[in-house]
Ligand binder design. Structure first.
Ligand SMILES: [Zn+2]
Length: 187
């Protein structure tokens, strides 16, 4: 799953961008207080894959212009870069924490992703939902569905296209599905 996905804004329903939060393990207990009190970070207690409890410092780049440059004056042993490379760690704890920002209503908030329910590029056909992560993967999806040969390897989002449910790939679905995706892409 990409680090950023396009979602329907939880406030106004418009197009918003969600970005997963980054979590860095707090190794020394004496540092917990710093992260608890910091306005930039949220402190969380996580369980790792073995069930051990871990202290985590969560940072939402999406609330700070998409970068870690807002981070400074960290306790010894931490660098702002730590929060750049912690991708997906938080997901392995079953918590889809992050933040969204919306260009329509200007909302910029912490948010727990409900995927694929929140997907902005999402269509329904015969009781099934077809979604894409973002505009680029939607375009690949449309072109793939529209194509006669359906060669996933011709697309950047090949791995994603491999999981398109069969109902959308039927010949009689082609025109209807392509039309719906085009409508999403032009709204
Ligand atoms: Zn909005």
């Amino acid at each position: 799953m990409p680090h950023k996905v396009d979602i329907s804004c939880p406030s106004c329903g418009g197009h918003a961008v969600f970005e997963f939060a980054e979590v860095v393990k707090i190794t020394l207990k004496k540092d917990v207080q710093f992260f608890e009190q910091s306005e930039l970070f949220d402190y969380y207690m996580f369980k790792d894959s073995c069930g051990h409890k871990r202290h985590g410092a969560v940072y939402y780049a999406n609330l700070h212009g998409g970068s870690t440059s807002a981070i400074s004056d960290l306790p010894e042993g931490y660098q702002s870069e730590n929060w750049k490379h912690s991708k997906y760690l938080i997901r392995s704890h079953g918590t889809d924490l992050g933040a969204f920002c919306c260009a329509h209503c200007q909302a910029r908030e912490r948010y727990i992703l409900q995927w694929p329910d929140d997907a902005y590029y999402s269509i329904n056909y015969k009781g099934e939902t077809l979604w894409a992560f973002n505009r680029e993967s939607s375009i690949d999806l449309r072109d793939y569905i529209a194509s006669k040969l359906r060669k996933t390897e011709n697309y950047k989002w090949a791995n994603f296209l491999l999981h398109v449910p069969a109902v959308f790939k039927k010949q009689n679905a082609r025109d209807k599905v392509v039309k719906q995706i085009n409508r999403l892409l032009t709204r």
